[in-house]
Design a protein. Structure first.
Length: 302
């Protein structure tokens, strides 16, 4: 991983993405990430059973209750700022509630706009778009459990929402050794499809291991809320959409490489604009676009 300075002195995280249509020769993608202080982590219990139908304890939850226009709870989330050169995204991630705010109806709304009110500078010159990215690093991380969010994603060419996780040791070992669990990604040219992917040493970037889930009958994910989740146990991760399981991965799937998912991870929500995988917006893309998150919840137990 190459770490790049940003205009806000944030770290540039070598990110990922499946870029087969655009840049298969690129080893990985990247994004900015603010400093990663040590935080509360639920230590992995290697003999823990897989999540089952029994009682679950809520380890983390945000239902985004609060007045319209308020920023997210700073005790749970930190905002990332800056641009993203390695992934060639077009947006600048802004601080505070400029692009991420509560709507007063129990939702967090991340808004991507075609604007540059702060004269932000991106890798390609003056930024053309703003958006938001937030994470729980230094505030919450956990190993294993049921991780889910109910989200209504945006739509349009070049729009790229994601709900994902990075290994809590990212600041020490870098990416992809930290591991990455993409619970949900959508690229605008696939309105009815989301992707779930694992990235780790030897299987990152275009070589990430994953699968896609497509809604039936030509439905689009932007038309309604959907629940995206993983059930995560030692040596096993299972993805589902609205309770429909669409893939399960174990160490047998990583081709003899290291399975780096038996340790704490932290959560990330973001809405990107452009990038190698989705390609830039075009004349058909309307702004603003909004990613609406009803809740995020992590439960543990059996």
């Amino acid at each position: 991983m190459t770490v790049h300075p940003t205009h806000s002195t944030a770290r540039s995280v070598s990110r990922r993405r499946r870029v087969a249509l655009y840049a298969a020769s690129l080893l990985c993608c990247s994004a900015i990430l603010t400093a990663l202080p040590g935080g509360a982590s639920a230590a992995p219990a290697t003999d823990s059973p897989a999540p089952g139908p029994g009682t679950r304890a809520v380890a983390f939850e945000d239902q985004f209750d609060g007045p319209a226009g308020a920023a997210v709870d700073g005790g749970k989330w930190q905002m990332e700022t800056g641009d993203n050169v390695n992934n060639h995204e077009r947006q600048y991630y802004t601080p505070g509630n400029d692009n991420a705010a509560l709507d007063g109806q129990g939702n967090l709304v991340i808004t991507a706009r075609k604007e540059n009110p702060g004269n932000y500078q991106c890798w390609y010159g003056a930024c053309e778009y703003t958006s938001s990215r937030l994470n729980t690093s230094g505030k919450f991380a956990a190993a294993y459990g049921h991780v889910e969010a109910r989200i209504k994603i945006p739509r349009g060419q070049g729009i790229w929402p994601a709900f994902w996780m990075l290994g809590d040791d990212f600041g020490n070992v870098g990416w992809p050794n930290s591991g990455e669990i993409d619970i949900m990604e959508n690229v605008g040219f696939e309105p009815g499809t989301v992707h779930g992917t694992l990235h780790g040493p030897g299987y990152s970037g275009a070589g990430g291991i994953g699968a896609a889930y497509t809604l039936p009958d030509g439905q689009a994910f932007a038309d309604d809320f959907h629940t995206f989740s993983v059930d995560w146990a030692p040596d096993s991760i299972t993805w589902s959409v609205d309770g429909n399981v669409f893939q399960r991965r174990t160490p047998a799937d990583v081709g003899g490489n290291q399975w780096v998912f038996n340790k704490p991870f932290f959560l990330i929500l973001n809405l990107a604009v452009g990038g190698y995988w989705p390609a830039p917006p075009d004349g058909s893309t309307q702004f603003p676009q909004q990613m609406v998150i009803d809740y995020v919840r992590v439960t543990t137990g059996d």
